[in-house]
Design a protein around this ligand. Sequence first.
Ligand code: WTA
Length: 647
Amino acid sequence: MARGDGPGRDQPYTERETVEPPDWFVEQANVSDPTVYDRFEREWPDCWRDAAELLDWETPFETVFRGTDGPPFEWFPGGRLNAAYNCIDRHLPERKNQLALVWEGHLGESRTYTYLELYREVNAFAAALRERGVGPDDVVTLYLPMVPELPVAMLACARLGVQHNVVFAGFSADALATRMERAESAYLITCDGYYRRGSAVAQKNKADNARIAVDHDVSVVVLDRLGRDVHLGDDYDDYHDLLAAHKGAEIEPAPRAADDPLFRIYTSGTTGQPKAVTHTTGGYLAHVAWTARSVLDIKPEDTYWCSADIGWITGHSYIVYGPLALGTTTVLYNGTADHPEKDRLWELIEKYAVDVFYTAPTAVRAFMKWGKQYPQQHDLSSLRLLGTVGEPMDARAWEWYREHIGGGECPVVDTWWQTETGAILVSTLPGVDEMKPGAAGTPLPGIEASVVDRSGTAVEANTAGELVVTRPWPGMPHALLDGTDWGSVPDSAEEWRYYPEDSVSADEDGYITFLGRIDDAINVAGRRFSTKELESTVSGVDGVAEAAVVGANDERTGTAVYTFASPEDGYGESELRDAIEEAVVDAIGGIARPKEIVFTPDLPKTRSGKVMRRLLTAVANDEDLGDTSALRNPEILGEIQSTTSRE
Ligand code: WTA
């Protein structure tokens, strides 16, 4: 088979070529003993002691897991620890002058923090937060782009034992306000603005608008990134003034119970409203550290780079907590892959001699489209392992990534997990398992999952079904520990189930291929949005009588947002188009901007008046419509199709 010409996702999985991890990799891998699967199975749940032992506990846990009779589940009960202590302090005796953070920003601007420097800044900022009145039950919202002050602020919160609530910097003022309101968060850390593609992007005005929209008082800290003289009003503090005022302060890390919350993060759920996911201190940190070690093969002496944004869960787990818990050097990049040139990432990998690189399939598809000449301009030989996360990785992109970025040698891990799972649950172990391009892998040791049909019965190999996780895992969030939200209500741990809402199939070897979401969430360039939330935004626009939003296949972003709207009489299409785009950007942010807005006098409806979104998805994908006999207004489909046929 020619390189770059690998089998696509539509080929039977059994015919795929498998790829063995190379010996040189296995010999140095953190985990290379194949008996790990059996041992974790035999010793479950005690096997997870391996993960907990990667951490330093202030008070040892009494037992690994409690809850064999069903929820509530407890991981590492009795144990107390502090996440910031684990990510910083404990590394100081051995490597205080090793780099913890390497930051690359606007056009060659860069900054580094050793573990000692990180320790000092986190302490000073924690002291400042405490002086501002931040106390144990508070939630501190962080609305910052990819700057070192973001992990500093996260770790300062962790040190104090208060929850952070990171809101992606590209989200709108409304989206920020909703998340602050729901979290009852009275503290906001933001910046005046930041640079993107060479131009300044304003941030503080969005934060100001959110502050006005929130019902309660909000105290704001502003980081000066643009170097302009921004006037700060009452209740605003300057980040650097606070640091200077608390220079040299030391804050005792607050010991936290294993299941005390470490942070919350909002994600798109099945409803139109963002859903809060709260992760624990002990179970979460143990799970991210264990997977960062066994799946991403991170070593303390590595330079590791995950190109995600800390605003999403990937950045929390695998830019900040996992890598720092292992005492490695983690790279932060505030920029895009194609600015100033399309070789930007490869330039950085060469500059920092990155060992492990973790990115999204969307990015790989873009690299592939731009061509191999960009990576070829750089020495990428420092790379040892490549990873992807966030969306299905097709075999062709997998092969290209391994060949042109990994020099045909690096193992590639396709890691599946979610905001809710906190850490990776499905992947190959690169030092143990053979890889199958186009399939993520089996559930990790200690994780039990299967593929079922709608009635919950296991389906046969190579048949599409729904993924179900059938055992608790350490990184599970609070809502699942209680066993009530999102999971089924069980009588015992045996019967407990978690449905991630992913459609999958598994081959004879149990390798899982992810096919897409089942619920109303859509995955645009690895970022999760709720179609319901988008729909209610579009329906709220003056002049829109009715709207439906679906995801359609897109070569670049995996899925793209398609909006179908029926206008009220008297409204022009171009004015409505602008208003819809503006409403989406205001409500969520530019990242959710619809790719297509299609106007139609009516939406396809069943006799009982339900919009048939399945048909709209088929129209958007230019697919066969299948059975349309349930429609009250079948003639509308022809009209919509003639509007959407673009070529
Ligand atoms: C999808 C991101 C295929 C999946 C960490 C999941 C994937 C959703 C993969 C979670 C993968 C994540 N292959 N699909 N390797 N990883 N997904 O919460 O649909 O932003 O449910 O977490 O992304 O998205 P979230």
